[in-house]
Design a protein around this ligand. Sequence first.
Ligand code: HEC
Length: 243
Amino acid sequence: MRRQVLMIVAVGVTAISLAWSTPARAANEAEVVEHLIELVKIGRGIVSEQMQNINDPSKGDKGFTGDYMNSQVLERFKVATTLDLRIPNVVAQANLYLALIQVEKEVVDEVQPVINKAGISFKGFIPVVFARRVGEQFYRKSGVRMKLTTINYRNAKNKPDDFESEVLRMFSDSRHPKGQSYVRNTMVDGRPVLRMLDPEYAATTCLACHGAPKGALDVTGMRKEGLKDGDLAGAISVIFPLN
Ligand code: HEC
């Protein structure tokens, strides 16, 4: 993931953007937040790979368990970052990462009765729903907020706040370098936080639900947005409390 502290002159646009970033301190914590985003993306990718299996009406037990999720996330995180969380004492913030992986495991465990039903094809357990549940449960455990958001959101729980709306508008500007995330130290509810948004673009796998024709119903029964390959789909947004 590419990251760069953007010096956006947003003074006066919203109250939240009034706080200036302090890059020296942002560096380390921004890396932790990048790792958290990576862990959610890995989990979501694993659910995505399992879609056909999950929605296979001819099968009962799918073999897609929390333990499978847990071990795959550990393995793929190591490949992506070279950090081995199975030797946690050598990784700074390992406990936080392991808490997130534990939540990813639990979300898959909780959905077992739903996904292991035979005779039903589409079961509604899709990568975004996984990510939303993980975000909600991780927040309760850690105080770190993680969510998927976009301007024209489908689910009110994913609604962007003012800060997120502003950054999403910036991401959708053709002058914004594709893939570059946005990070800033600021205040939320009177407390210092690091906020990061990582843009997400529509890939072919997303278009079945978010693509054309705009307004037609997707498999989940919601209206498609009419996105094209490579369009901005939204962002992963993190609010990370500083001490
Ligand atoms: C099977 C259909 C389906 C696929 C495939 C799919 N989505 Fe979605 N997407 C949804 C649904 C349904 C929601 C609302 C989820 C919720 O309840 O939180 C959603 C929500 C989102 C949101 C959060 C904002 C909102 O609208 O509430 C983003 C961002 C998003 N999707 C991006 C993507 C991207 C990027 C891909 C491909 C990597 C993708 N989606 C693939 C169905 C899908």
